[in-house]
Design a protein around this ligand. Structure first.
Ligand SMILES: O=C(O)CCC(=O)C(=O)O
Ligand SMILES: [Fe+2]
Length: 319
């Protein structure tokens, strides 16, 4: 049985004047993630949120005939959105495998905003965010042209009192594909307990790293599935709560899931990928390798290192 999550708040391991303290770096290496609280620029964040709301209201189609309308100012309208049905994913072309906007009941993914300058400026290209990524991974990061997008989780009318022990089955533990080194999840609003917070399996990066042939490229071994299942059954997942403007940095092999959402808030998160600056495959080559995920800026390395004893040999870790 999948283990239920516990609510987790990052302890303060910061040291004034240090981008990533020794204690924070040790935490990242041990648990596979690090939360930097309130590091996004509040002015950029507020302006971005206005634009994201406008985009959401204009672009995500409501179910024909539904009386439901979403309003930013009326929390009552946030529950159980009634979006139009989605047509199947495109099977070829630039959006192969994923629509630019996904709307699946409580989850909306605005991939289409991922290359907007105001989004890039807010998270991956923000100087404070970048210096954390550069300190953890590498001074030479690949230039970022897009992020995955804004991932929104809507609330639902409270269900019958489900026992928390049963909540584990709502989690969808997985690791991400293509090329995975260092990722970031920025919270655009406060994320309160049981309101869909990004959920990580602490320490799982160490196990899952060894379930691949290569350090960063998607290259699972035949034992990958069994190990993932074992992680979901043995590691107690952490649902990360944090204030608006906080950013979760996570190692790309860390098992994670969208969080349990029993509350009344909308969970707003912006997801980005960082990799070292190395030559990468073309779009066509990604399609041939069945690793075409256009909405991520984490492209397969043309040459990647085979997994060896030291899982950190490609990482700067403040050095
Ligand atoms: O929205 C979330 O919290 C998780 C999203 C995720 O895991 C993914 O898109 O790979
Ligand atoms: Fe994921």
């Amino acid at each position: 049985m999948q283990r239920p999550s516990v609510v987790f708040e990052m302890p303060d391991l910061t040291i004034a004047g240090e981008v990533v303290s020794k204690a924070e770096m040790d935490f990242f290496c041990e648990y596979g993630f690090l939360v930097k609280k309130r590091i996004l620029d509040p002015d950029k964040l507020e302006a971005a949120l206005d634009r994201i709301w406008t985009h959401l209201l204009a672009k995500v189609p409501v179910k024909p005939g539904s009386a439901w309308t979403l309003s930013r100012d009326d929390k009552q309208t946030w529950k159980d959105p009634e979006w139009a049905e989605m047509v199947p994913h495109p099977v070829d072309g630039p959006f192969q495998g994923r629509h630019p906007i996904e709307h699946m009941r409580r989850i909306v993914k605005l991939h289409d905003l991922g290359s907007e300058n105001y989004i890039l400026d807010l998270l991956p290209n923000d100087p404070r965010v970048r210096e954390v990524a550069e300190t953890i991974l590498s001074r030479d990061l690949r230039a970022i042209t897009r992020v995955r997008g804004v991932y929104i989780v809507f609330p639902s009318e409270p269900q019958s009192e489900e026992k928390l022990e049963d909540q584990g089955r709502f989690l969808g533990p997985h690791t991400d594909q293509v090329c995975q080194q260092l990722n970031a999840c920025g919270y655009l609003e406060d994320v309160n307990p049981r309101n869909g917070g990004f959920t990580v399996y602490p320490g799982s990066h160490k196990r899952m790293f060894r379930e691949h042939r290569y350090e960063a490229n998607w290259s699972p071994l035949s034992s990958f599935r069994d190990t993932l299942k074992e992680v979901a059954e043995t590691i107690e997942p952490y649902e990360i709560v944090a204030e608006k403007g906080s950013v979760v940095f996570w190692h790309g092999r860390t098992v994670h899931s969208v969080g349990v959402h029993l509350g009344a808030d909308i969970r707003w998160a912006l997801f980005a990928d960082f990799t070292r600056n190395q030559p990468v495959l073309t779009d066509e080559e990604h399609k041939d390798a069945n690793q075409y995920e256009w909405f991520k800026d984490a492209k397969l390395f043309r040459v990647d290192e085979p997994v060896g004893d030291d899982m950190w040999r490609s990482w700067r870790l403040g050095g």
